[in-house]
Design a protein around this ligand. Structure first.
Ligand SMILES: Cc1cc2nc3c(=O)[nH]c(=O)nc-3n(C[C@H](O)[C@H](O)[C@H](O)COP(=O)(O)O)c2cc1C
Length: 197
């Protein structure tokens, strides 16, 4: 029997990782750092990747259906919500666009509004039962991680309604001048190891 069962924690093999991937590029800086993280995970860990540009989610239009029921009026993210609610680890991996998330990823984040409504309008505590640990990976073109820090600031309040705690941010910067990725890649690998120690 898995020792964790006795402690009512998920076993290693039951742990689920959900990646919310915000870059349009399959092999850009964000993808390379994310890949190092995934390669650092134990082999048997299931990893789901939600590709924001491929899925192009509808933006939240503040219709407020979620103020009255546990749902989103749009059905395009139904599968995503299921994965989100059952995940143990969330990885937000995104380039910085104009000091923010690229539009498709921003749309996903805004669509978390149903959990904000659950918590603060319908008084559901917690809005998502399964607790999560979160990792933020950002890629910045500029020579500073200021953009990545802005993303972190935007993400943190959303994490509170997802029952998730940010355990680490990895901000790669200097992409415009092709700065080396090694430090960010090492940081991603180390974080993967630490999560499953
Ligand atoms: C529309 C757009 C806006 C951008 N805005 C910023 C920015 O505000 N700050 C910054 O540091 N880099 C900015 N960049 C540069 C990207 O963050 C950088 O190229 C990043 O490494 C791209 O990551 P990716 O290849 O993984 O998609 C911008 C790039 C684009 C296309």
């Amino acid at each position: 029997m898995c020792a964790a069962i006795a402690k009512k924690e998920p076993c290693l093999t039951d742990m689920r990782v959900l990646v919310i991937f915000g870059s349009p590029k399959k092999n850009g800086e964000t993808a390379q750092i994310l890949d190092a993280f995934i390669r650092g995970l134990p082999d048997n860990i299931p990893v789901d990747i939600f590709d924001c540009f491929e899925r192009s989610p509808l933006p939240c239009n503040d219709c407020r259906s979620c103020y009255h029921s546990d749902l989103c009026a749009f059905s395009d993210l139904d599968d995503f919500y299921k994965k989100l609610e059952t995940a143990d680890i969330l990885v937000f991996a995104s380039p910085v666009y104009n000091l923010s998330f690229p539009a498709p990823m921003k749309a996903v984040l805004d669509r978390m509004q149903r959990y904000w409504a659950a918590r603060f309008i319908r008084q559901v505590r917690p809005p998502i039962k399964r607790p999560k640990r979160a990792l933020l990976i950002t890629a910045n073109g500029s020579q500073s991680q200021e953009g990545g820090e802005m993303l972190e600031r935007q993400l943190k309040p959303i994490l509170t309604v997802l029952n998730a705690k940010l355990i680490k941010s990895i901000h790669y910067y200097g992409a415009d001048k092709k700065s080396p990725l090694e430090t960010a890649i090492k940081g991603a690998q180390n974080t993967a190891h630490l999560l499953f120690k």
